[in-house]
Design a binder for this molecule. Structure first.
Ligand code: SF4
Length: 317
């Protein structure tokens, strides 16, 4: 006999989570790719850079971080005395898992003069051996500010290629990692969407395939896409990034038409990150109630990984 799990209505969790948050002096941070109901409950919704800053500024005792593992680790690195809870510890980032400490150190041996520049989408251990971190919002700015002529860029080849294109006078040695949802969306997929929406402009995230970026009208991080898409004169905007961003776009400017590559609206690849959707109201509630799923990192890793993150925050001002 099969059993059917009874789902509590969203309001049930929403009220209880709000109560717990107040009782425990907790703050809820959520990435733009999170489920809409999680975004609506969060104290702050943002991209990786904004969330890093918020994590650093908060006076809360507990940070409930609705995102993937590397984001929670970053919050812990910036707040070693606070408790950072990850509602779904299974939610990692496949791209972050593609970079290994050993592989990066081997590259450094081959290019001893190069700076190791790590996208924030890396493990705490990889950050700990890096010179500076970057996000998709500031990668070009930070790499151009570094005195090094050679850069080892880890782990995203989409963003790495974008940096290389924008800073042609530096040698960028790019790790061959990628974000599956963004990178697997191909040029033929984009052409199919353009064909369906002939008057639309295209905004794409730099984690996308370089061929897609070549055909985009605007390339930027999630925050930069929000700014572009909600303020452009164009009424129809094709947005090539994770579909979670749709929620905030309609909240900020509901008078436009945001077209995302979703499985149901055309026959190509959807840009959907399963691990980002691993945080739910149910596991956020349980995590806060029982104060479980705490992010624990060795002290030496925290101390070493903090330097490249703080250097990024300083250079991105
Ligand atoms: S969208 Fe891509 S980079 Fe972001 S968590 Fe998912 S797999 Fe990782």
């Amino acid at each position: 006999m099969s059993t059917v799990a009874l789902e509590m209505p969203a309001e049930h969790y929403t009220e209880k989570i709000k109560e717990l948050k107040d009782q425990k002096n907790a703050v809820i941070l959520a990435h733009y790719y999170q489920r809409p109901e999680v975004q609506d409950l969060a104290d702050f919704v943002g991209d990786s850079l904004e969330l890093s800053r918020k994590a650093q500024e908060t006076n809360a005792d507990i940070i409930a971080f609705c995102g993937v593992r590397f984001m929670c680790e970053t919050a812990k690195i910036l707040n070693p005395t606070k408790r950072v809870l990850h509602p779904n510890p299974e939610s990692g980032c496949p791209m972050a898992d593609m970079a290994t400490v050993q592989g990066v150190l081997e590259l450094k041996q081959k290019y001893p003069e190069a700076a190791i520049v790590s996208y924030v989408n890396t493990s705490a251990e990889v950050k700990a051996i890096s010179d500076v971190c970057v996000t998709s919002a500031n990668a070009v700015k930070i790499v151009s500010k570094l005195p090094h002529k050679q850069i080892i860029f880890v782990p995203d080849m989409g963003l790495g290629n974008w940096v290389k294109k924008n800073i042609p006078d530096k040698e960028i040695i790019i790790w061959r990692g990628f974000c599956p949802p963004h990178y697997e969306f191909g040029l033929s997929d984009l052409k199919a969407l353009r064909e369906m929406h002939k008057n639309a402009v295209v905004a794409a995230h730099p984690e996308c395939n370089p061929k897609v970026l070549e055909h985009a009208d605007f390339v930027g991080s999630t925050s930069q896409i929000i700014n572009f898409a909600t303020t452009t004169d164009a009424k129809n905007i094709i947005v090539i990034t994770e579909v979670g961003l749709k929620h905030v776009l309609y909240k900020k400017n509901p008078n436009k038409n945001y077209i995302f590559p979703e499985a149901m609206n055309y026959c190509g690849s959807a840009v959907y990150c399963c691990t980002m959707k691993g945080v739910t109201l149910a596991n956020l509630y349980t995590t806060l109630k029982d104060e479980v799923n705490e992010v624990i990192l060795p002290l030496d890793i925290i101390q070493k990984a903090k330097k490249p993150i703080e250097y990024m925050l300083e250079l991105s001002k």
